[in-house]
Design a protein around this ligand. Structure first.
Ligand code: SR1
Ligand code: MG
Length: 417
């Protein structure tokens, strides 16, 4: 059958013959279907039956956020499915189980996560998830290390790179929306009225525009590993104890630092949003501390886990053991690791800075800031985040993890409120 988008009315007839669904939730005549997609791109259905619930995600042939004036290939479901399979193998238990994939219908049937909620919504409410940074730090290290030439053969890496290279339409969104549009008056950009005096100097900052293009160059050309490609707090579902990584449709070969930087940026955006959410000045002080603590911890867990994998799983074609440990130079392997981690950190900061900008100046904003209903309270939060992003991107070579959190605290206090 040719591709056709599902609706709650057509879904039972269209998918009711699939054992992947009926075995898990019961017969289609007893299904209830709700379309719950609130993301920028796809349809998402919760299908409930007498035995349970399941998620059906289907790509639309256009960008949902904008409409059919912006066509987008359906094959993003194929890349999402392939990324989910790899993530499940590389960090078991951290992504939802896939029960069925239909390439022609661009749909994935997967586990309904319950009682999970979208991390971003939980952060807006000021809820702490103590294991978040630990789970994501491990996920980043495992998925990125095991998807790279530190783990894979040359053939394995290049074949997989070839497969994901065809996901260029999604990469193109990132290349425009993240790295270029925030820095000029692009058509789809939008911002909080009154922010103009903060935007003009940002766009006039030549060093920043160069830093953003260096980050874009890095994203395009440093095809080091399979990245999730869109690891923001809307791509994570959480409970008090669990974290699930969803929505890897932007997966492509890119730099180690990309997902790391995107995740840190979204924590920092939440940090700068706090004054817009607190009932009295300082009321969210502890939560600010939690968010910055997660930034520090995710990097620490990432480096610890990456180091352990470097020492025990370095079976790929890069940093061959024969050149180091097996030649009696274990210290050389450690020196090489330090340099690799240093490079990842610097790249991550570049991505972090531009992600902070595009979520305030570009097309796709974040609820952390958008949920601050009063523009007079939202504006200073955004101004501080813009300034932090500028310094992070342009000074990425000099900032340590401690500098990053100190800088965030400093800007949160000093920039005009
Ligand atoms: C047009 S898509 C806008 C954004 O939504 C996705 O989640 C990605 O972050 C993309 O940049
Ligand atoms: Mg998404």
């Amino acid at each position: 059958m040719d591709y056709a988008p599902l609706t709650p009315d057509t879904l039972p007839a269209r998918l009711g013959g699939l054992a992947a669904l009926t075995d898990r939730i019961g017969p289609p005549d007893r299904w209830q279907v709700a379309e719950v997609g609130d993301g920028n791109l796809n349809l998402v259905f919760i299908v409930s039956g007498p035995l349970g619930r399941i998620i059906v995600k289907q790509a639309l042939p256009y960008v949902r956020l904008v409409g059919d004036s912006w066509p987008l290939p359906l094959n993003r479901a194929f890349f999402e499915y392939n990324a989910l399979v790899r993530h499940a193998a590389r960090d078991p238990g951290r992504v939802p189980e896939v029960f069925h994939f239909d390439e022609a219908q661009a749909l994935i049937v997967m586990r309904f996560l319950s009682p999970h909620v979208i991390l971003r919504k939980s952060i807006v409410l000021g809820v702490e998830h103590p294991a978040l940074a630990r789970h994501i730090g491990v996920f980043l290290a495992r998925s990125l290390f095991r998807g790279s030439a530190l783990s894979l053969s040359g053939q394995g890496l290049r074949e997989d790179m070839g497969l994901f290279a065809a996901n260029h339409a999604l990469a193109d969104i990132t290349e425009n929306l993240v790295f270029s549009d925030p820095y000029f008056a692009a058509k789809l950009n939008r911002h909080t009225p009154g922010l103009e005096p903060f935007i003009a100097p940002l766009r006039a900052d030549r060093a920043l525009r160069i830093a953003a293009q260096e980050a874009k160059h890095c994203f395009l050309c440093k095809t080091e590993t399979l990245v999730h490609g869109d690891l923001h707090s809307g791509s994570l579902m959480v409970t008090g104890e669990d974290t699930q990584v969803i929505d890897p449709e932007f997966a492509i070969y890119g730099p180690f630092g990309f997902d790391v930087g995107m995740f840190m940026a979204n924590l920092l955006l939440a940090f700068f949003a706090q004054s817009g959410h607190e009932d009295a000045p300082g009321a969210r002080g502890a939560y600010r501390g939690y968010l910055l603590g997660q930034v520090t911890e995710v990097w620490q867990v990432f480096t610890d886990t990456f180091r352990a994998l470097w020492q025990t799983e370095r079976t790929g074609i890069m940093y061959d053991l024969r050149l180091f440990e097996q030649s009696g130079d274990a210290a050389g392997a450690e020196a090489a690791l330090i340099a690799v981690l240093r490079g990842i950190w610097v790249d991550a900061l570049g991505f972090c800075g531009v992600e902070m900008h595009r979520r305030i100046l570009g097309l796709a904003h974040v609820e952390d800031l958008e949920a601050i209903a009063d523009p007079a309270r939202r504006l200073p939060c955004e101004a501080r985040a813009l300034e932090a992003g500028r310094i992070i991107a342009t000074m990425r070579q000099s900032l340590s993890p401690g500098d990053l959190t100190a800088l965030a605290k400093d800007i949160d206090k000093k920039v005009a409120r």
